[in-house]
Design a protein around this ligand. Structure first.
Ligand code: NAD
Length: 322
């Protein structure tokens, strides 16, 4: 797809981060956008930002509250889109919504684990199923599924359990790669890409926590304080002398550092994704860290989960994920 003007795009998780920046850049290129998110307030801000520049006449930006892990809500989103965008077709589908958390089979609850898995994998799968009829009606279409570097490397470092997110992101990558053949046989006017971002500056750490716990406040619950202590212990940090307030501060700093110290901004990531779609790339690595990691894991797969691999890599690319 060479240009987006006059087309219609669906973006899941359009409230913040990369989803918001995709919406802004698509609108700036004259593309109609229908987004969903679990946060109406975040989407209202995305819509406001999209409309800061006067929208070209007739361009539509619509917002729809829907949880991508619940099929009925996605179907409602689709029905609302057909009515509010006054169309029965879409050209672009960005399955972008995702959260972290639920990393361990032992120290996370089953509910936490399945929440992450069902959003990160189920949301992509259901998104493709729900919007396929609308993609089939367009003269050309492109599905963009967001995986992660955790779609080919299942860790965020030694000492941190990361099973639900990694399982989901590997699934997104495998599904999208296999979908290429299925589309070429059965719907050749639709292409697809898998997006594998490295560390991108977004609020995913604090957003994930809020979605996992249902809390609006930044204050950790006693269970979260305990989980943070366990996480730090796994990383070799002794928390015995730290107060709960110290632990709270560490969690806040981690979320802020994730946003502020990333090598790639959400806006730069969205540009890379949209350029990748225009170039027809099926694999879109986002950021130098993602490219380097892809090379290293291929060069040395047997060592990919050793502490040395992580430490050397994190040092080389300047990761300070904590
Ligand atoms: N930030 C990174 O470093 C990074 C790296 C690799 C992959 N990713 C992936 O990129 C995607 C976008 O993440 P981001 O970093 O922009 O995070 P973000 O938290 O800024 O944005 C994600 C958005 O998805 C929404 N969301 C969460 N659960 C939802 C649900 N069930 N239904 C609908 N919306 C939901 C959130 O409210 C939020 O607005 C995610 O799939 C994430 O896993 C991010």
């Amino acid at each position: 797809m060479k240009d987006f003007a006059g087309k219609t795009a669906v973006i899941t998780g359009g409230g913040t981060g990369m989803g918001r920046e995709l919406a802004r850049q698509l609108v700036a290129e004259g593309c109609n956008v229908a987004m969903c998110d679990v946060s109406a307030a975040a989407m209202a801000e995305t819509k406001r930002l999209c409309e800061v520049e006067r929208l070209p006449q007739g361009l539509r930006v619509t917002t729809h509250v829907a949880d991508v892990s619940i099929e009925d809500q996605l179907v409602r989103f689709r029905d609302e889109l057909i009515e509010q965008q006054a169309t029965d077709k879409i050209h672009l589908l960005f399955n972008n919504a995702g959260i972290g958390g639920g990393g361990s089979l032992f120290t996370s609850t089953r509910e936490q684990w399945e929440k992450t898995f069902n959003i990160c994998w189920g949301g992509v799968y259901l998104g493709v199923r729900t919007f396929m009829p609308l993609l089939l009606k367009a003269d050309e279409g492109h599905i963009v599924n967001t995986s992660s570097v955790n779609g080919f490397w299942a860790t965020v470092g030694p000492g941190v359990s990361h099973t639900a997110y990694s399982a989901a992101k590997f699934a997104v990558k495998g599904f999208t790669e296999a979908l290429m053949t299925d589309l070429s046989l059965n719907a050749p006017h639709i292409k697809c890409s898998v997006v594998m971002p490295g560390h991108i500056g977004t609020s995913i750490v604090s957003n994930s926590r809020k979605i996992q716990t249902g809390a609006e406040s930044e204050a950790l619950t006693p269970n979260e304080i305990l989980a943070t202590r366990q996480r730090l212990k796994g990383m070799g940090i002794d928390t015995a002398g730290m107060s709960d307030a110290d632990i709270q501060q560490i969690a806040l700093d981690r979320a802020r550092n994730f946003l502020e110290q990333a090598p790639t901004s959400a806006a730069a990531a969205a540009r890379i994704i949209l350029d990748g779609v225009k170039a027809g790339s099926w694999r879109i690595l986002v950021g130098d860290d993602a490219h380097k990691l892809d090379e290293r894991v291929r060069q040395s797969p047997e060592n990919a989960y050793t502490p040395e691999f992580y430490q050397n890599f994190a040092k080389e690319v300047g990761w300070r994920l904590g």
